[in-house]
Ligand binder design. Structure first.
Ligand SMILES: NC(=O)c1ccc[n+]([C@@H]2O[C@H](COP(=O)([O-])OP(=O)(O)OC[C@H]3O[C@@H](n4cnc5c(N)ncnc54)[C@H](O)[C@@H]3O)[C@@H](O)[C@H]2O)c1
Length: 310
């Protein structure tokens, strides 16, 4: 029964997939491993060349469209090494009987810690201060402590809950919006989206992008924020309307927008992404030793279970 498994996450292909210790359970079960391009996201054309005779796929964040799935005649299971499946054409996968598994929660701690870093970095303006001093300048900006602010969490899933717990430990107030959550732990107030934007000095996004491609955060939401607020996006850049961010910078509503995951990677630096108040990180939320290990273990386990019918 064993066949071929394609492995494409950048964190796994950076090392030789043929000997990667986290892929040992696949080799032990008799599967042959096929690696994507070393340490980088594969292009669509490369994927179409790689998927011809694979049975399973450990996938990263690369887009997997209907054309790629059509070229994968034997493919039965795609197992993501992360939480989101938004880069996969799920309708096309379902139509072809391809099962899609996700490693829900496995990398939540890594992403939550990056979000916390971006929150603290924005509240104290650490990146701008560092740049200024390297340029020979000297200016001291009065910052804010977490206990001085309200943090609004959009998407109260695995990552959102970790962020909430950390903010509460630092003495901050937490509100959260999630249309699918009805109960929250002590200290977290569930509110609607408009209320969240009205009361939060920091908004941090931990939801999938809406399937119809519209932004969840646009002018209507940003206009509700108190002056001098901060927006953190470690989820997906498509959640935020970039033109609205520019307006919010111009009128002082936003002092910082931090973003970690982009429409294309590396990103095209538009007016928002190249703006000095925008803080960029290269999709490193889940890129920690512990998170990549947990996510790879979960992806391998989910793939094996699905392929062997458990
Ligand atoms: N930067 C990174 O490296 C990185 C790594 C992992 C995940 N992510 C992204 O972070 C996000 C959250 O991941 P997670 O592991 O917490 O997922 P999760 O599935 O555990 O939680 C997502 C939550 O969002 C909620 N949600 C769905 N639609 C919503 C909406 N319109 N408004 C508000 N909430 C909504 C869901 O009910 C769910 O509770 C995803 O977009 C994921 O792709 C980024």
């Amino acid at each position: 029964m064993p066949g071929k498994i394609l492995v494409t996450p950048r964190s796994l292909t950076a090392e030789d997939a043929a000997t990667h210790p986290l892929l040992e359970p696949l080799r032990a079960a008799g599967f042959e491993i096929v690696s994507g391009p070393a340490g980088r996201q594969p292009e669509a054309a490369e994927l179409r060349d790689l998927v011809g005779d694979i049975d399973g796929w450990i996938a990263g964040v690369e887009p997997i469209d209907a054309e790629t799935l059509a070229a994968a005649g034997n493919l039965r299971v795609i197992s993501r090494n992360g939480a989101g499946a938004d880069a996969i054409d799920l309708a096309a996968a379902t139509a072809r009987g391809i099962r899609v598994e996700t490693a829900r929660g496995a990398n939540a701690r890594g992403v939550a810690e990056l979000a916390l870093g971006l929150i603290l970095g924005s509240l104290r303006q650490i990146p701008a201060a560092n740049t200024l001093l390297h340029e020979g300048g000297w200016a001291r900006t009065r910052g804010r402590e977490v206990a001085e602010v309200t943090v609004g969490i959009v998407g109260f899933g695995a990552i959102g809950r970790h962020v909430a717990a950390t903010i509460l430990q630092l003495g901050g107030r937490v509100v959260a919006f999630d249309p699918f959550v009805t109960e929250a732990p002590e200290g977290v107030e569930l509110v609607n989206l408009a209320t969240l934007f009205r009361v939060s000095n920091v908004v941090t996004l931990h939801a999938p992008p809406p399937a119809d491609g519209t932004a969840l955060v646009g002018r209507d939401q940003l206009a509700l924020l108190p002056t001098g607020s901060v927006l953190i996006n470690t989820a997906r850049s498509a959640l935020v309307d970039h033109a609205a961010v520019l307006d919010a910078y111009a009128d002082g509503t936003l002092t910082a927008y931090a973003v970690d995951a982009f429409a294309t990677e590396p990103p095209v630096l538009d007016a928002v992404l190249s703006h000095p108040q925008t803080l960029l990180t290269p999709h490193i939320g889940a890129f920690t030793g512990a998170s990549t290990q947990r996510a790879a273990e979960a992806a391998v386990e989910n793939l094996l279970a699905a392929l062997t019918g458990q």
